[in-house]
Ligand binder design. Structure first.
Ligand code: KG4
Ligand code: ZN
Length: 341
């Protein structure tokens, strides 16, 4: 079967076509139109501005995805449309949902409401033999979410921990801003962390030793703010801070994932989300989880894209989770794919 995925939950307008045969995925197209340049000017994402851009770009992005997949743009040979209905920015989600509903009606095919964070997780399993990998511990780390999930099977998720305040990606973005680095902060911090410095700084590891699986990153941001206020922001200082911020975030994510894997006797670790593009984080996870399968998406599928929506949508479709009444579908900005234990 062929699935068209549509993603507009934040600042990327994306569409992708996947072909799935005997459970094997082939990416026929993967188009992502980023609004980063636009939002960089404001230091963050403005929902109404993002919505305007999605509305402008989505028709083109969908057309391009169909063309690249060598399909007709008027009546393509597609079996279903998967669209992100949450979590994300409400006006942005609505843009994708409205377009997806319009196309599903026009082409007379089912619509699959899909969860953005489940997409981030399941894209790691693209063409993986899933027979002996559950229970697994899943870690999703994006600009809006940081979640630890016990996965008993695809579709069977329990949330065992999440951030109590800022997400890890948000912490990268906000601390980068304090240091005078542009949006989005994650890649900038990562670059600066790679450059050597003669300055030493030390930051806290929030909730590293708590017995639960929750995270808290706003304390780390505040610590950066206080220290930076007392210091002249020189290039060596920014490099040292960037390295320490990155390591503090990695330490907490790694330790809690490791403990969860032991407690729940996980057979594998599955991670995903924009922050998983971080080179140092990937290396340290790979080093720590040498004796257990670790599934990480390729860097180009870590940030927001529609391939992940197609993958998550496919598994939902297999379970029959298509929209019964498309007109009643709603965008759900606070959607959670895993229920709290
Ligand atoms: O998943 P994503 O693309 O969008 C959301 O769903 O939020 O994640 C975006 C987040 C941003 O906070 C961005 O700074 C962070 O991912 N990010 C990174 C890197 N690339 C993107 N954080 C650390 N290192 C990176 N290389
Ligand atoms: Zn995302």
């Amino acid at each position: 079967m062929k699935i068209l995925g549509i993603e507009t939950s934040c600042d990327e307008t994306a569409a992708a076509v996947l072909n799935i045969e005997d459970g094997k995925f082939t990416i026929l197209s993967n188009i992502v139109s980023s609004q980063i340049e636009l939002h960089r000017e404001y230091g963050g994402v403005y929902p109404m501005l993002a919505k305007r851009e999605h509305e402008k770009n989505l028709p083109m992005v969908v057309k391009e995805a169909l063309k690249k997949a060598k399909l007709s743009t008027t009546k393509p040979d597609i079996d279903a449309i998967a669209v992100t209905i949450g979590p994300g920015l409400s006006p942005c989600l609505w843009t994708g949902l409205n377009k997806a509903t319009e196309l599903a009606f026009k082409w007379g095919i089912p619509l699959i409401p899909t969860d953005h964070m489940e997409g981030h997780l399941l894209v790691s399993l693209l063409n993986v033999d899933t027979k002996n990998i559950f229970p697994a511990i899943g870690l999703t780390v994006s600009g809006g979410h940081t979640q630890l999930v016990l996965i008993k099977a695809i579709g069977d998720y329990s949330l065992i921990g999440e951030t109590r305040d800022d997400a890890a990606g948000e912490c990268f973005d906000k601390t980068a801003r304090i240091l005078g680095l542009p949006y989005p902060g994650g890649p900038e911090i990562s670059k600066k962390a790679d450059e050597s410095s003669n300055i030493k700084v030390s930051l806290p590891r929030p909730m590293l030793y708590t017995k639960d699986y929750d995270f808290s990153f706003s304390g780390l941001k505040t610590a950066v703010l206080y220290q930076a206020k007392k210091h002249t922001i020189t290039l060596p200082y920014v490099r040292a801070m960037a390295k320490e911020i990155q390591q503090a975030i990695i330490d907490v994510l790694l330790k809690k994932t490791k403990r969860a894997a032991l407690e729940y006797q996980a057979k594998s670790i599955i991670i995903g989300g924009g922050v998983i593009a971080n080179k140092e984080l990937r290396a340290q996870f790979q080093k720590t989880f040498k004796n257990i399968p670790l599934f990480i998406p390729p860097v180009e599928l870590c940030g927001d894209n529609a391939v992940m929506i197609g993958v998550a949508g496919y598994y939902r479709f297999k379970k029959g989770a298509i929209a019964k009444n498309m007109k009643e579908l709603k965008a759900l900005p606070n959607l959670r794919f895993a229920s709290k234990v």
